[in-house]
Design a protein around this ligand. Structure first.
Ligand code: SF4
Length: 322
């Protein structure tokens, strides 16, 4: 990586992040019910590493959901059916790349869960700042990195433009008004509804401690002819708004601009690196077990990809005739 920076191959302006699943060296037929936990007779280096990362948010503490199956040979490998086909035990390899020349800036192994992949993205961005003094102006990513909290972290904590697809489930499918039908007024910190009334907040945080509720007056809603299309089962309508909504709005605006379209195209460079990893380097299954084994193999594979890129981009020195 230092050599890539010295050769001027890393712009440090725009990064992209993504993760890909790699099969673990764990036989799916030998998985045991996750509910039963790890058998007492399971021992070995992979088991010790599994116990060591139980409280790590990139592995054991990434979710409270018990996996359907657990592998006694490599218990940190996650049982996943995320590819849509037959489920298997696997790890995620997370890449942070500089999009100028698709150089891999950092790589991290995590369990195959979205929360762990988002955490890995944050760790890799902070590590690239500390190790290489690289402060990206923008980050490109798919909706896995588009939660309100992640967008808030990018914009408010690091001043990074979020060229990330917003993870948004606010559109209603039952024909009633969605949140987009309510217009937010920044100056007044109120929403106005399709009926022209105001929704206000008491500023107390609800749910995850990061959401405000804006409520219409019961008096207004009960006299409103739009009530059947707005809040047919409630006395008054409320609209939730994340405290990171400003960052989400910024990501939405970028997505609709030409820069957003360019970023979506550039983001494919990271997908091509994963395709290259699996199809050309034939790295679709780990040979080593445990989180450390996965980390070492992912790091070696990413290094090999960067070396190939260096060899392609920097012409070999010409030999002088004797
Ligand atoms: S029901 Fe209430 S919130 Fe909905 S449009 Fe009417 S006044 Fe506005």
């Amino acid at each position: 990586m230092q050599r890539c920076i010295r050769e001027g191959l890393v712009g440090g302006e725009a990064f992209a992040v993504d993760a890909s699943l790699i099969r673990a060296d764990a036989n799916r037929q030998k998985g045991i019910e996750g509910e039963n936990g790890l058998p007492a007779e399971a021992t070995g280096r992979a088991v010790e590493e599994y116990l060591a990362v139980l409280d790590d948010a990139a592995f054991g503490a990434a979710t409270e959901v018990t996996p359907k199956f657990i592998s006694p040979a490599d218990p940190a490998a996650r049982w996943t059916g995320a590819h849509g086909g037959q489920a298997f035990f696997g790890y995620s390899t997370n890449y942070l790349i500089d999009v100028d020349n698709a150089i891999i800036v950092d790589v991290e192994a995590t369990t195959a869960i979205r929360q762990a992949e988002v955490l890995a993205a944050k760790r890799m961005i902070e590590r690239s700042m500390q190790r290489f003094d690289l402060y990206p102006a923008k980050l490109m990513g798919d909706s896995a990195y588009g939660s309100a909290e992640m967008l808030g972290w990018l914009v408010y904590e690091h001043g990074i433009e979020p060229h990330v697809t917003v993870f948004d489930k606010s559109t209603r499918q039952d024909g009633t008004f969605s949140r987009d039908d309510f217009i937010y007024d920044h100056a007044g910190d109120v929403y106005s509804c399709p009926g022209g009334k105001m929704l206000t907040t008491t500023a107390s945080l609800v749910n995850d401690g990061a959401t405000l509720r804006y409520r219409a007056s019961k008096y207004d809603c009960q006299a409103c002819r739009l009530k059947p299309r707005c809040c047919p089962k409630e006395p008054a309508r409320y609209v939730p708004r994340s405290i990171y909504e400003g960052a989400r709005d910024m990501a939405r605006e970028i997505a609709q601009s030409w820069q957003g379209r360019v970023s979506r195209r550039l983001r494919k460079k990271i997908e091509m690196l994963f395709a290259h990893l699996k199809r050309i380097l034939k790295f679709d299954r780990l040979r080593l077990r445990g989180p450390n084994g996965a980390h070492d193999e992912f790091l070696l594979a990413a290094t090999a990809q960067n070396l190939r890129k260096l060899a392609n981009l920097i012409p070999a020195p010409k030999l002088k005739p004797a």
